[in-house]
Design a protein. Sequence first.
Length: 378
Amino acid sequence: MTPSARLRVSRVRLALAAAIVLALVVAVWTTRGSERYPGDADPRNPGPQGAQALARVLADQGVEVRIARSAEAFDEASINDATTVVVTSTEQLAPSTLERMRRHAAAAARVVLVEPDYAIVHEIDPDLGLLTVPAGKDHPIAARCPDGIAGLPLDGLRVEVDRATSYTGTGCFPRDGRALVRAVDGLVLFGAGQALTNDQVTRGDNAAVGLRLLGQEPRLVWYVPDATDAVADDAVTLGTLLPDWLGPGLWIAALAGTALLLWRVRRLGPLSTEPLPVVVRAVETARSRGRMYRRSGDRAHAARALRRAARTDIARRLRLDSGAAAPVVVEATARHLDAPVEAVAALLDDDRTPPATDHDLVRVAQDLARLRREVRRS
């Protein structure tokens, strides 16, 4: 290889190494925020579930974006009628932090809660229900907002997300008597939180929905609550996880059970005993059936009864299923006794030629008894 060729190869290897290093640096840089701020729709999370792209676009549009990551930081934010408050990671809200947030944000132009869970929705309005609905490309939801709902210009837009939460009542993006955007008690509930995330903000009209929802005022306070902001009374207990109707329901079930018990006890009355008219011992029953078989001359039926009893006893001894078929019992018995399968089948199989005489029937009974003893001893 000539010196010039070696120089070209060295330059190519150097360029490839530099490209690999640059790719690693970019990967590490882009994931730093997602590791530090892993929450869904977090304004500093550059990952697929973050909302850094929307936060930066809002800032580029002239909106002052201030991020508060604790109740104290949120209290320090100056909120007035030119401020929009958006709350993500609403699963971290507790009743105390929700009330504290509402008091401090009372002067804001609007307060947007992104996908509040059942506990928060129940705290806001106990009669308000929620349901997860599809809102993807095959099921986009158009705005169709009623006039004057929270002053949001969302008409003409469509939401496309993998999953959304709808709330009962009238609002924007309606479907089946529910809506993805609801104004309740001075709060705006937004059920399509994925529309704000980096990987889905470009679908449909999601970007326009996010900008119109959060960028109507010159100032935006982005509140990311923390679970440590909750007071001691907000601690989760078993009672807080149970529905309110469970206690009355248990009382009603207990009263109904008591009433049923009293009713049945009153109707049954005391137990009475009655002596049997006659007692027949088992050995007498067996002898009577034997005499009937002998009188009728049905040796085939008697042989089948003997083989069936032997198979049942052997199956129990060999720990087989009580309903095991005859071939299964025959094979297991032959394997257990290390005997020929044909010889064992001649004794236990019902398809064999029935005994022709009483002497043959007695010999079959004796052979079956001997086989049962061998299985029992081995």
